[in-house]
Design a protein around this ligand. Sequence first.
Ligand SMILES: Cc1ncc(COP(=O)(O)O)c(C=O)c1O
Length: 405
Amino acid sequence: MSVAPVSDEVLAIHGGSPVRETLLPYGRQSIDESDIQAVVETLRSDWLTTGPKVAEFEEAIAARVGAKYAVSFSSGTAALHGAAFASGLQAGDEAITSPLTFAATANCVLYQGAIPVFADVLEDTLNLNPELAAARITARTKAILPIDYAGHPADLDSFLQLADHHGLIVIEDACHALGAEYRGRRVGSVAHMTVFSFHPVKHLTTGEGGMVTTDNSVFAETLRRFRNHGISSSARQRQSAGQWHYEMVLLGFNYHLTDIACALGLGQIKKLEANLARRRQIAARYNAEFREVPGVLPPQTRLDVNPAWHLYPIRLDLSKLSADRGEVFQALRAENIGVNVHYIPVHLHPYYRDRFGYKGGEFPVAEAAYECLISLPMFHGITDGDVDDVVRAVGKVLAHFESSL
Ligand SMILES: Cc1ncc(COP(=O)(O)O)c(C=O)c1O
């Protein structure tokens, strides 16, 4: 169903009636009774932290993404830190990543005392540009961290080829891309290490939570130790072996994901396929609706991928509008559409500007995209009526700013 824009409707921001009475968030978890039951059962069990549910959840994720190993962490950020550690990054090293990401992708390099080196993004997918990344490789480069922006897989084969050629590790930040496919392969089974997040706005949630998947047994073992203070055996292993002795073999952290969280994750993973299907359905509807709306550039999808649609970021064609992104954003918020912006380019954050001297202008594609990006509501629990509201509000707001140009 198409919901035609009406250009003469008074915008809510100008005193008109909003498209909806209540705010529709841009992302939200779905928790059902079986999830709650699974958590309650774990609360009644012997294990609250690393117990049987952790191993079960790790196995379920490894099986879903087609990787040999999955190692859970207390967040996607902690998982990125673990992957940066396992890749061997240390002071004096560099890792190349995208500026158009959540800060954690670059921060994990800094946690290791290494330097994140940015390369600009591709105009179509807004993912790290392999040619520009290649141009930034030096003798100090140890890793490349492409991110699957909005759930669209990065150009993984190009990065793996670069890695082969220069002896680098590819850490894919797939925090947006659980369930995505790249050239017929599942994200999580392609890069040397792949990182997922289970934050509530993601495809499945454990509250906070993250995972690294890999086919490399050395990485997997290092990751397990790193999240366990650097200790070589878990409390559960020691208990079942009747042993007390343990050794700390490297400097790690307490980054455990709890059994309580993994019980929730095991409930949630049963709904992953349905969640992905729903997100793809919403993206198809938005694509069809927005293709014809002047001033809107829908996200672009390459033919060799099946995105997971964590986000649905449109770009505004500001040359066709009498407003900038900020005004369109405020107007949509006033219509009770909970839009968001992904992302302020990492190098433009005060910390990165102060520490590395970025001034803006270094990564023109990412910076230009940032000026016109707006993420529309995208989550598996959204109703068809909610989607109608988004389509109507975008049509209403853009028709206004287009006609007043
Ligand atoms: C691209 C990206 N990387 C890393 C993270 C960090 O994940 P978490 O919030 O689980 O720490 C996020 C979180 O939203 C993200 O979007």
